[in-house]
Ligand binder design. Structure first.
Ligand code: IMO
Ligand code: MG
Length: 420
């Protein structure tokens, strides 16, 4: 039996969805335990591209999914997504925790409002995640289970909404109530005890993939606050957000992209601009899967990754997008930060400090462009077939982080992965 946690080690969009679909082949269950519809996980099956926000992407491989208490549920998005997955890949089995909090329209309104008044935008995805978390922690939220059982839902919605109504009178709670009543009848059948389900899977010797959303640097406490999301995005959240024990987790797998991206505001020490950034963005289709915003591009940052790997306790690494940076003559890799000319040992704990760092780079030779033909040959023959400089890039990461890279992703399709 194995509980495997999959965590993004950068600022999100590391390719977790595709990797989860890869690792979930043969697994018993794929689980989402944090975030909400702010996540955007793209999986490519044949020539079809599926974009998932709430269902774990692993469901496309193992057909069984769970959504734990730690997730913020956007019910219209969820229903649309279930339909889309069923049309494209067939029936799935889904269990949703009654403890998961529901995102309401008012949360999305409040998301917009807070961005206006905050004084310095975060650049949220506008999916209502921050406000839904405020309501949850303020103990005025609505949980999925409440919705299924509460006869006075409309009244409750109006009462709960009083808080924001003062500032924004555009929300029609009756309409939302009517819409929710219809949706509730569609999703009622999915409610169930996610913890028990996972425990049963594990005790029967099956693998459970805990699929993290967002990335370590977007963690509410350990990321670049306030330019973060409103969830815990670390491996520890897999236990808390799905109701299993830390002892149920056997392995922590960290996903990193061969370069860095960030969408939204906040510091990105190794950020690059100009022609090369545009080229990488175009080649890697680096546009937000949820919002369509162009992602900011940066060099690989091993100082940041060392921090992330330690926070999560990563056992094994998966690197994605090695193909995207092929054909670039010289590659920079950040191996440390300096502030006022002095090397620092610990990752800065405040944004003010992070804004003052200058990265220390080493330069490596790149490798030739990997076209489809080349990639297919590597997929067939394995790691040794990779260009020498690409292997050097991988081995440098392993050496500096002290963690083995177990898988290398070379393309968008689920099977575009080699094992090392
Ligand atoms: P996946 O799972 C990348 C970013 C937003 C914004 C900040 C806060 O696809 O890796 P929020 O809407 O969560 O309040 O926005 O977090 N963000 C992500 N960036 N990938 C994601 O998810 C993200 N989810 C949120 O862009 O900067
Ligand atoms: Mg994404």
């Amino acid at each position: 039996m194995a509980g495997i946690v999959l965590i993004g080690l950068q600022w999100g969009d590391e390719g977790k969805g595709k990797i989860s679909a890869y690792l979930s082949r043969g697994a018993g269950l794929a689980v989402r335990f944090n975030g909400g519809a702010n996540a955007g996980h793209t999986v490519t099956i044949g020539d079809k591209e599926l974009r998932l926000h709430l269902l774990p992407a692993g469901v496309v491989s193992c057909r069984r999914a769970a959504i734990g208490p730690g997730v913020y549920l956007d019910l219209p998005t969820l229903v649309e997504e279930i339909n889309r997955v069923q049309e494209n890949i067939g029936d799935i089995e889904l269990t949703i925790s009654p403890r998961a909090h529901v995102v309401l329209k008012l949360h999305k309104e409040l998301d917009r409002y807070l961005e206006e008044i905050r004084g310095g935008k975060i650049g949220t995805t506008m999916r209502g995640i921050g406000p839904a978390a405020m309501y949850k922690y303020g103990r005025i939220g609505v949980r999925f289970g409440d919705m299924l059982e509460d006869e006075n839902l409309e009244d409750r919605l109006i009462k709960i909404a009083k808080y924001i109504e003062l500032k924004n009178k555009n929300i029609n709670f009756h309409d939302e109530y009517v819409e929710l009543r219809l949706i509730i009848e569609k999703v009622r059948k999915y409610v169930g005890n996610v913890t028990r389900l996972i425990k049963n899977e594990l005790s029967q010797g099956r693998t459970v993939i805990f699929e993290g959303a967002q990335g370590t640097m977007l963690d509410l406490d350990y990321g670049t606050y306030p330019y973060v999301t409103s969830s815990t995005t670390l491996a520890s959240a897999a236990a808390h957000g799905s109701g299993v024990s830390l002892k149920d987790i056997n392995e922590i797998v960290g996903v990193l992209k061969a370069y860095t991206t960030r969408v939204g505001e906040g510091p990105l020490p190794t950020e690059i601009s100009g022609e090369l950034a545009d080229e990488i963005r175009a080649r890697g289709k680096e546009y937000g899967a949820t919002t369509g915003r162009p992602r900011r591009i940066g060099w690989l940052d091993l100082f940041q990754l060392r921090y992330a790997a330690e926070l999560n306790g990563v056992d094994k690494l998966i690197i994605t997008r090695l193909d995207t940076i092929s054909g670039i003559e010289r590659l920079k890799v950040c191996i440390g930060y300096k502030i006022d000319g002095t090397k620092i040992n610990e990752y800065p704990e405040t944004v003010a400090k992070l804004r003052r760092v200058s990265p220390i780079y080493i330069e490596l030779n790149g490798w030739q462009t990997l076209n489809r033909e080349e990639i297919d040959r590597i997929l067939l023959n394995g790691y040794e077939e990779l260009p020498r400089n690409a292997k050097q890039y991988i081995e440098l990461i392993e050496e500096i982080l002290g963690i083995p890279i177990k898988w290398i992703s070379l393309g968008p399709r689920i099977e575009d992965v080699i094992e090392k």
